[in-house]
Design a protein around this ligand. Structure first.
Ligand code: ZN
Length: 686
């Protein structure tokens, strides 16, 4: 059941924070209940749903004019603010109802022309529908329970059984002017109703104040939810979750197979697997193939998930089988495009034929996206729509809009606008694993890759530093805690990365520690310990990463533009010995050799291997105590010591991070070591 989250204390606090202006106070409540709705994924998800308030505003001449505050495009209800609810003059919106038709472009134009603030975001595509319902507060959701009801073949009878006259049915019409008209006419037929049920789409409710409208949303949704709960059978008990070591090759293969229908220069997609018991139970159903082609639970899902789901049964999860299944999916998608595109008013360009959702038997529901955020959104919508399908099938059937309506929605310019325009960042969708990711250089490197659109996976010792590092990067990144010198730990860490994002594109093998001692008397165990961290861990990570690169490429069937990269943090010490640093320099020199050996052996596969030689960076390897001791020993102050290079400027972790990103983007560079030390002739590479 959906909880009613309204509290008087919170409502009062927000009103007080809004000040004395009564208009600001009622808008504060509008924002409050919008957020309460947005916070519940069983009410709305990812830009779905919208809310409004009819109020007044003062124009430039100081005159009070009636306005509609409506959710602005690009805002999500869970985080909406007052500025995300632009005010549009009501009078022109009301006059529009007299027109018999209005193009999308003209609708967007007239809505923008009548904004009180010309810099405000575009008002929602459902603005007119809100405007023409004469209640002060209007709320619209795509609640899970309502999506089940809205897609039942017997939707009219069930709605009447549950609600009597309290909800009015609106037959399916694509959002925009025509839907607003149909909804307004439905409203006029039964003005005493408490809300609307938009067939194949969602739910509307309203009220004289924010709480009354919100209460109706919750009450109506729970009425449907209770009805569904009575019909819901005990869920299937799925097999145990696959161990990560078994799951990772399947996902890496899937990632490569999905990319087989992309252009050769396109990066691999990012995957987001939801594999809890509920999702595994769903993908164990025997009717998946039938359900996969039915369509989406609510029309705007199509731009995130596509209309059809790719089903991969256990027996069809080899790289070749998956590539074949993806190719057949793409063929069906092209046929769908070729069938419906000629009916469109203007010429359409086909989107990528790659699936947006995969039902992977044994594993769960996989969201597919050009980056981690898109994959997450597809997975969120995919898990919700799986529940809609499952509940719908026992309650009479899941029968959403058909292919022609789906096409209109998928290729609707106003929906495509939600996905944003412009060139994606240079490393969009690349999966980057950074060892030592919680340290100064590792985290700076993670940030630098993230800023280029990459999905970053941090590996470091478990604990607060790692948790904090991940938290600063944000939710579309990942982390794994382990001691990388433990046997098998690098392979496990790489598998965890593949489980999180579906694969790996760039390994930044960065972790290291400087152990010291004069070489003549160096204890054997100290040197071996240093070799474990400063050489063998690098080797093991490289080997595990190469295995993933090869799985992805094999499943893709052709070599992509960037079939994998390895970047090592070597060290000045590898070429320019410092007194007492043999225990560090010996393994680092070996890692330097490893870099060149790997570049030689992997070049024919297109896998590039490069590294950085950095020096004198404030980090776990150069602590404040060490800086104090060394600067004292040289008789200079700390700033002079840190800037002791040709440029006379301290080199920071971010400079190393930028160099890693540059190497990652240097398409024809391999076997190269870039020095980042501010200039040091003695340590310069020949
Ligand atoms: Zn909607």
């Amino acid at each position: 059941m959906i909880a009613n989250r309204w509290t008087e204390a919170e409502a009062l606090m927000l009103q007080q924070a809004a000040g004395d202006d009564p208009l600001a106070r009622e808008l504060a409540l509008r924002v409050y209940s919008s957020r309460l709705i947005g916070r519940d994924p069983d009410l709305v998800q990812h830009g779905g749903g919208n809310t409004s308030l009819k109020s007044t505003a003062r124009d430039t001449f100081g005159e009070e004019v009636p306005v509609l505050h409506i959710k602005g495009s690009g805002w999500d209800l869970d985080t909406i603010e007052a500025k995300g609810m632009p005010a549009v003059r009501m009078e022109p919106l009301l006059r529009l109802r007299a027109l018999s038709a209005l193009s999308d472009e003209a609708m967007v134009n007239v809505q923008r022309l009548n904004l009180i603030d010309s810099a405000a975001p575009n008002p929602s595509v459902e603005t007119l529908l809100h405007a023409w319902i004469p209640h002060r507060y209007v709320d619209h959701t795509h609640a899970t329970a309502f999506l089940v009801l809205a897609n039942l073949p017997e939707v009219a009878a069930v709605t009447r059984e549950l609600f009597g006259d309290r909800l009015t049915l609106v037959p399916y019409v694509m959002p925009g002017f025509a839907l607003a008209k149909a909804a307004a006419e439905a409203f006029d037929r039964n003005p005493a109703a408490e809300g609307l049920l938009l067939v194949n789409h969602g739910h509307f409710a309203w009220g004289p104040d924010a709480k009354a409208s919100y209460d109706k949303i919750i009450e109506h949704t729970n009425l449907v939810e209770a009805w569904l709960a009575d019909r819901r059978p005990a869920p299937l008990v799925p097999a145990a979750a696959l161990p990560v070591a078994d799951l990772a090759p399947v996902l890496a293969g899937l990632r490569g197979a999905l990319a087989s229908v992309q252009g050769a220069g396109d990066p691999l997609p990012v995957l987001d697997l939801r594999g809890d018991e509920a999702e595994r139970a769903f993908v164990a159903r025997d009717d998946l193939e039938r359900l996969a082609t039915r369509g989406v639970a609510t029309p705007d899902h199509v731009i995130r998930t596509k209309g059809e789901v790719l089903v991969l049964r256990r027996g069809g999860q080899s790289p070749e089988a998956m590539r074949g299944a993806v190719a057949r999916y793409a063929d069906r998608y092209r046929a769908y495009f070729d069938t419906h595109a000629p009916n469109a008013a203007e010429k359409k360009t086909m989107l990528s034929p790659m699936p947006g959702l995969v039902w992977l038997e044994g594993a769960g529901i996989v969201g597919v996206g050009a980056n981690a955020a898109a994959a997450r959104i597809a997975a969120d919508l995919g898990t919700q729509s799986a529940r809609v399908r499952a509940d719908g099938e026992v309650a009479g059937g899941f029968f959403p809009i058909g292919a022609a309506d789906l096409f209109d929605m998928e290729y609707w310019s106003l929906e495509q606008a939600k996905l944003g325009k412009g060139k994606p960042p240079a490393l969009q969708g690349r999966v980057v694993l950074v060892t030592g990711g919680a340290g100064a250089i590792g985290l700076a490197t993670a940030r630098a890759f993230s800023a280029q659109g990459a999905a970053v996976f941090l590996v470091d010792r478990p604990g607060t530093a790692l948790d904090t590092a991940l938290a600063t990067l944000g939710r579309d990144h990942g982390a794994h805690g382990c001691d990388i010198t433990a046997p098998g730990a690098p392979a496990e860490a790489v598998a965890a990365c593949v489980a999180r994002f579906g694969g790996l594109d760039i390994l930044v093998s960065n972790a290291g520690a400087a152990l010291t001692g004069a070489v003549a008397t160096l204890p054997d165990d100290l040197l071996r310990q240093s070799f474990e961290l400063n050489f063998f861990a690098h080797l093991a990570f490289a080997q595990a990463a190469i295995a993933v690169f090869r799985e992805q490429t094999a499943a893709r069937g052709t070599r992509g533009a960037e079939p994998g990269q390895i970047l090592f943090n070597v060290s000045k010490q590898a070429v320019n010995p410092g007194k007492g640093f043999a225990a560090y320099g010996l393994p680092k020199a070996t890692t330097f050799f490893l870099l060149r050996q790997l570049a030689l052996e992997l070049g024919p596969e297109g896998i590039r291997v490069n590294g950085i030689n950095a020096d004198r960076i404030r980090s776990g390897l150069l602590t404040p105590e060490m800086i104090a001791a060394r600067s004292t020993a040289r008789g200079v102050d700390e700033a002079t010591y840190m800037a002791g290079n040709l440029l006379g400027a301290e080199v920071e972790a971010r400079h190393v991070a930028e160099a890693f990103v540059m190497l990652a983007r240097a398409e024809r560079t391999t076997a190269h070591v870039m020095t980042v030390d501010g200039g040091n002739i003695e340590a310069a590479l020949r």
